[in-house]
Design a protein around this ligand. Sequence first.
Ligand code: PNS
Length: 160
Amino acid sequence: MRTALYPGSFDPVTYGHMDIMERAIKVFDRLIVTVARDVGSKEPTFTVEERVEMIEACAKQWEEVTVGSFAGLLVDCARACGVHTVIRGLRAVTDFEYEFQMALTNRSLDPDFECIYLMPSKDYTYLSSTMVKEIARLGGDISPFVPPLVEGKLREKFRS
Ligand code: PNS
């Protein structure tokens, strides 16, 4: 069975992430979406439990998808899951540098590590969780970018 890991912050999950999940399950039999507990130096907007719950609800139509979380290194999470292939979405050239660095760093930590990049629909190439949160915070319409459940959670969070 071909299994891949789809790691990310997912703070929160957007239609862009869901587009990548849908493409990944056309190529892999099983996709483990794994939510990073820590999102770099900044404080996440949603707790890891909230982020996992939102993805579980939004991806429930795909039986190939399971959702979990991880702390620490991605290569350790991959090893613990017994998976060597990681999926990442590549939206624009601006993503490339970071992804290139991350893939090669991970490969130097674990030579078996492989990263596969999928491009989302052109409708989502500009989309990011950070921008969606800013629009929500400023009272704009986020319905084209996130599923209704996530829209509700963002509205609650920012009371807009
Ligand atoms: O959705 P994001 O924020 O682009 O996801 C980035 C993520 C969580 C996949 C990346 O930061 C990560 O793998 N973090 C775990 C820590 C790690 O393994 N760092 C070393 C390789 S960069």
